[in-house]
Design a protein around this ligand. Structure first.
Ligand code: PRX
Length: 659
């Protein structure tokens, strides 16, 4: 499937790390990065074994590192034992950091509450003791359905402390999705809240739990623990429901961590696959934590006085690895936020960076693009109106960041001095895979740069053969790494067929297309299922989107393919303008301007056949554009699929005009 269009992306702007980013960095300079890569290449097991010893505390030391005998069901450090919560909390108390702030929580209404490592440890122990008193322990599975809160992190850590495998369900998911996950994972227990506060409103959570449990199979759940967040009325089942504060009351503030085998499942997190049913991605304890901790130290270059802020929700993998686990394991202070970026005004993120003196800010391109739009619409929301001088590092995750948004982020948020770490990874990879190291890697806007040390990434054709630089192909990881997905919960066959297709030589297949440029920089071209085939030429929808967004009138764009009898697929672009159509300009004429623009930016082959204008794109509540729905719209068909995960289901009705 190699691309017939060579070097679609030519990016000549290179941003080398400044002196302050290099000085004292965990990995300083490209030579040190390369030395680590070489060490890992020459002796992978020695490399991982060394890090596992240096970065984790073991209750029982491991003697084996990697077991490949049941590939692709790899195991790591499998005769060792540890406790994840002990590694995230107890170690800091013992190292004299108990009084350091672990979490600065900012509520939707702006109230702030902080908790030290010592106090968080006590809170986690109380919850764990409460769970124990109800008879839960190692081998059980719990669903966590909570808003962004200290309680959510404490609940995850309390499960980890007892060896309970958790499955966090994002608070924006419906009762139906929740039910599906409860049944699939076989949860004995749910930890939820009465409601969540977002954008000035209390949005019920417990009602969704009640609804989900009333459905077939919901009776696997014995207890529902409820955090009183909003004080809203809730229906109550005396035999089943327990208030969190009542469960915690009178519990001891210490709780012996339960040592678990390295491979014990720490969590199962559901993610969408190419088919309808979400996959339960199963992660290990030791291998996962090792990579969460190591990538925090490398990619975020964790320093003792940092204030880290990741805007993701704990319901997603980013919130697991870079909020609940990696950041705590590294002993950092972090901000967590309950609300939304536009409430009470679109400068909220910048205001919070100023208020909490955030030094590392990690967010998604979709947030950046919508804040660019907001700051253009209302000047007061522009980052220049806030003191962002505490920032030293910016991050991006979740989708390709188009170079224009990168440059805006770099100039307006980072004042031209903060490196941007564009981190490519997935729920399945456990942690960052392709990412720059801020004290080492020269950056190119829009590229996630290079594989991290120990990661043997590659780009291959459909037979698993390496593809030269400048050509597109399947992004694979050739050798196992400790944080990789262990299984699809309850579906080993799906695990094998989704990620290790026989024709790819046993490599882990990411499901993304990518290419390396002449300098070896990786460029993600979108999911394999998003790739368009136009007259036999393969094009990444991402590139066309990036080109469209680079036009001065365009705020956002999503591109999908629609079947075409002559050319295979025709490109359909859904375009959101920054403002209204310029006076006197007709949609038809602007569509032509944009077509020519794309032809100029990418090539005539990439010209959208149809352009549809609207006010916003259909997104999940986590901000992912739902292209599969756009594909249905592009084909002129009625959307009959489940749209319950859409932030605003009516969004699909607006794209009526075709130009
Ligand atoms: O297509 C890639 C895209 O997001 C996918 C993984 O999604 P998920 O499992 O939800 O995890 C998102 C957070 C890690 C990938 O297959 N993706 C993620 N990060 C990037 C990205 N695409 C381009 N650049 C990135 N930095």
């Amino acid at each position: 499937m190699s691309s017939t269009i060579d070097s679609i992306l030519v990016e000549n702007r290179v941003f080398s790390p400044g002196r302050s980013a290099v000085a004292g960095a965990t990995v300083s300079g490209m030579e040190n990065y390369k030395a680590l890569c070489e060490e890992a290449d020459q002796d992978p097991e020695g490399f991982w074994g060394r890090h596992a010893q240096e970065h984790l505390r073991w209750s029982k030391p491991f003697t084996r590192i990697l077991d490949e005998s049941r590939a692709p069901f790899y195991t790591w450090f499998d005769d060792g034992e540890l406790n994840v919560s002990e590694n995230c909390l107890d170690v800091h108390l013992e190292n004299g950091n108990g009084d350091k702030n672990a979490i600065i929580f900012e509520a939707d209404d702006g109230q702030v509450c902080t908790i030290s490592y010592r106090a968080l440890h006590a809170r986690v122990c109380r919850i764990a003791n409460g769970l124990k008193s109800l008879g839960y322990g190692k081998g059980d599975r719990a669903i966590i359905y909570l808003p962004m809160s200290i309680e959510a992190i404490a609940a995850m850590q309390a499960c980890a402390r007892l060896g309970i495998t958790h499955s966090v369900v994002f608070g924006g998911f419906s009762a139906k999705s929740l039910h599906q996950r409860i049944v699939d994972v076989g949860a004995r227990l749910i930890i939820t809240a009465d409601a969540q506060q977002r954008g000035g409103r209390a949005i019920p959570l417990k009602t969704a739990v009640d609804e989900a449990l009333a459905e077939e199979g919901g009776d696997v759940v014995e207890k529902v623990i409820v955090y009183k967040r909003a004080g809203t009325d809730v229906a109550w089942d005396n035999a089943r429901d327990v208030w969190l504060h009542e469960l915690e009351a009178g519990q001891a503030e210490t709780c012996e961590p339960v040592a678990v085998e390295a491979e014990h499942p720490l969590f199962i997190l559901y993610t969408s696959g190419s088919t309808g049913k979400p996959k339960g991605v199963q992660h290990s304890s030791a291998g996962y934590l090792l990579w969460a901790s190591l990538t925090t130290k490398w990619v975020f270059d964790a320093r003792p006085n940092d204030v880290f802020w990741c805007t993701a929700d704990v319901g997603w993998v980013t919130g697991h690895t870079y909020i609940a686990y990696g950041i705590l394991a590294a002993g950092m202070t972090q901000v967590i936020f309950e609300g939304i970026p536009t409430y009470p005004h679109a400068g909220r993120f910048w205001e919070m960076i100023e208020r909490h003196k955030v030094s590392i800010f990690y967010t998604a391109p979709t947030a950046i693009r919508s804040l660019i739009k907001a700051s253009q619409a209302a000047g007061a929301a522009h980052p220049r109106n806030f003191d962002l001088s505490s920032l030293r590092l910016l991050g991006s995750v979740g989708e390709p960041i188009n170079p224009e948004a990168w440059i805006w982020y770099h100039n307006n948020v980072g004042a031209g001095r903060c490196p941007i770490v564009d981190t490519w990874w997935q729920t399945e990879t456990g942690g960052h895979i392709l990412a720059p190291l801020p004290g080492a890697t020269p950056l190119k806007p829009g590229s996630c740069t290079f594989p991290l040390p120990g990661i043997s990434a590659g780009i291959v054709d459909e037979a698993g053969n390496d593809i030269p630089n400048g050509r597109g192909g399947y992004l694979v990881i050739k050798r196992p790494w400790p944080a990789m997905i262990r299984n699809v919960w309850g579906d080993s066959e799906r695990f094998k067929s989704s990620y290790f297709p026989a024709e790819l030589k046993g490599y882990y297949m990411a499901g993304d297309n990518a290419q390396r440029d002449k300098d070896g920089y990786y460029w993600i071209m979108g999911r394999t299922d998003d790739v368009l085939s136009i007259s036999g030429h393969r094009l990444g929808g991402t590139e066309i989107e990036s080109a469209l967004v680079a036009h001065e009138l365009v705020a956002e764009a999503a591109v999908v393919g629609r079947p075409d009898a002559t050319t295979g697929e025709a490109i359909v672009a859904f375009v959101i303008l920054k403002g209204q159509l310029p006076e006197g300009q007709k949609a038809e004429a602007l569509a032509q301007v944009l077509r020519d623009w794309v032809a100029n930016e990418v090539g005539p082959i990439a010209k959208p056949r149809d352009i549809r204008f609207g006010n916003n794109l259909p997104k999940t509540r986590s901000g992912k554009i739902l292209r599969r729905l756009l594909r249905v719209v592009a084909e002129g068909q009625e959307v009959t699929q489940d749209v319950s995960t859409l932030e605003n289901p009516d969004v699909l009705k607006q794209f009526t005009g075709v130009y």
